[in-house]
Design a protein around this ligand. Structure first.
Ligand code: NAP
Length: 285
């Protein structure tokens, strides 16, 4: 039976650390604050927003929601994003994406100041992540995976890590963060030949595919550590969600595995808060 690498103990430890750091900032008259820019009212965005509010409250941070109608014009949204960016009381910015199709999202993302870009929405932040410049915030999900790997003492130096998925939100930055820790990284995608074989060769497997339970028994071997980043509507249980890994098939084989729910997803929101606290600390330096 594999060890379950749960997210909650990691999030609890992070919360304890953040409470102290927020306290120290408050003693200097500063309250770390996140500005959340939302266009429309997508239920997934509202769910995440609720989690951010609760987690921010839990660590003593402030937040402000900037809500805009679905049909907002390009110029108006640009003006609004610039205003949030210029607000010195706001240290971190999260903008829900994708934006409605009539908007030039690339342009709007570029208006977020890099030092407040706590979820890597801008090319400036992505560039810093790829250049190992620690002043750039990587996206929260791969950073949450790294925090979990550290918390559970998973050695990375010299280890073969396969990442399935090459998005800018998870796969690619995940690979860069693993390289920083001297792992030997293979990035796979929909055109990878013999995917199951490449996955089974790894010491650590990170699944960020977006396909429910795609990673099955054939993709793993004994002794592996499996990180499941997937959050998918569960086709077998309406109203529930599942990971990219077929947990029941994989868990009896591997050494350690993150569950879904209760794994990486439980650390992502507090990671956003951590980045905002770090941004606040850095903006005072
Ligand atoms: P994405 O942008 O859709 O990217 C999926 C990646 O998987 C792509 O690179 C794609 O390859 C690859 N892929 C798709 N089908 C494949 C197949 N049959 N074989 C091999 N590779 C395949 O998704 P994402 O935004 O990175 O998200 C990935 C998963 O993580 C989703 O389940 C998402 O819900 C979840 N997620 C979780 C969190 C969290 O907080 N835990 C946050 C963000 C995302 P190509 O590039 O060739 O198309």
């Amino acid at each position: 039976m594999a060890e379950r690498l749960r997210g909650k103990p990691v999030a609890d430890a992070m919360k304890e650390d953040l409470l102290k750091r927020v306290e120290q900032l408050k003693a200097k008259g500063l309250t770390p604050k996140i500005g959340i820019i939302r266009v429309g009212a997508n239920p997934d965005d509202l769910f995440y927003e609720g989690g951010i509010k609760k987690t921010s409250d839990g660590v003593g941070m402030a937040y402000e929601i900037f809500e805009h109608p679905e049909d907002i014009g390009q110029e108006e949204l640009e003006k609004a994003v610039r205003a949030v960016g210029a607000d010195s009381a706001i240290h971190g910015i999260l903008m829900f994406a994708p934006l409605p199709k009539h908007l030039d999202e690339k342009k709007i993302r570029s208006l977020i100041p890099v030092e407040k870009d706590v979820d890597c929405m801008t090319l400036g932040s992505a560039g810093k992540v790829f250049a190992d410049d620690v002043t750039g915030f990587p996206p929260c999900t791969p950073t949450a995976c790294m925090e979990m790997l550290r918390f559970y003492d998973v050695p990375l130096k010299g280890k073969r890590v396969t990442v399935v998925g090459r998005s800018m939100v998870v796969g690619k930055p995940m690979a860069m963060l693993l390289l920083r820790e001297h792992a030997t990284v293979t990035i796979c995608h929909s055109r990878t030949v013999d995917l199951a074989k490449v996955c089974a060769e790894a010491d650590i497997l990170v699944a960020a595919v977006g396909r429910p339970r795609m990673i099955g028994r054939d993709y793993v071997r004994a002794g592996q550590i499996v990180f499941d980043v997937g959050i998918n509507a569960d086709p077998d249980n309406p109203g529930k969600y599942c990971g990219d890994v077929d947990y029941d098939a994989v868990e009896p084989v591997v050494e350690k595995i993150t569950p879904v729910p209760g794994g990486v997803g439980s650390v992502t929101t507090i990671m956003l808060c951590k980045h905002t606290v770090m941004a606040c600390e850095m903006q005072q330096e």
